[in-house]
Design a protein around this ligand. Structure first.
Ligand code: PNS
Length: 160
């Protein structure tokens, strides 16, 4: 049987426990997960591309997970790596509109690749990278929300 490859794309600025949870859940239908870190995020990221990739590698240390960066269209990247599935997380209704548009556009661009939406663990539903950045920026405790390496990286970024 062929290897089922899932691509899990995002900004990961930084990776949170919510992302980690979704990566683990993707293995219910995938043999390999490629975490695809977008280079061209419109917003100015807190962490550089290299930092975001390195933090994901620290937080998700398993042989069946690859961490790659990509530029350009996600659909092209997914096809190039032989993925059959794009994984996205759905946390709240507010995520839906954008995710729905993106899924339809990606299907248009890469008809053989299906988008699969996963729901995170209940206690991680409220979690987002932007909230984590905000809490860390003002000295709040993010140790329950991110891997220790990410917590340290945030503390370093915001050290005055
Ligand atoms: O974590 P994010 O910021 O919600 O991730 C969004 C991301 C990176 C998955 C999305 O912006 C993307 O796929 N960018 C790559 C460019 C692309 O393919 N755009 C068209 C999507 S239909």
């Amino acid at each position: 049987m062929s290897t089922r490859i899932a691509v899990y794309p995002g900004s990961f600025d930084p990776i949170t426990k919510g992302h980690e949870d979704l990566i683990a859940r993707a293995f219910t239908f995938a043999d390999r997960v490629i975490v695809a870190v977008a280079m061209n995020v419109a917003k100015q990221p807190l962490f550089t591309l290299e930092e975001r990739v390195a933090l994901i590698k620290r937080a998700v240390d398993r042989p069946d997970v690859d961490v790659r960066s990509f530029d350009g269209l996600l659909a092209d990247f997914a096809r190039a790596v032989g993925a059959s599935v794009i994984v996205r997380g759905l946390r709240a209704v507010s995520d839906f509109e954008y995710e729905f548009q993106m899924a339809l556009m990606n299907r248009n661009l890469a008809p053989g690749v299906e988008t699969v939406f996963l729901v995170p663990a209940f206690d991680l539903t409220y979690l987002s990278s932007s909230l984590v950045r905000e809490v860390a920026r003002f000295g709040g405790d993010v140790s329950q929300l991110v891997h220790p390496a990410v917590r340290q990286a945030l503390a370093k970024k915001f050290a005055t």
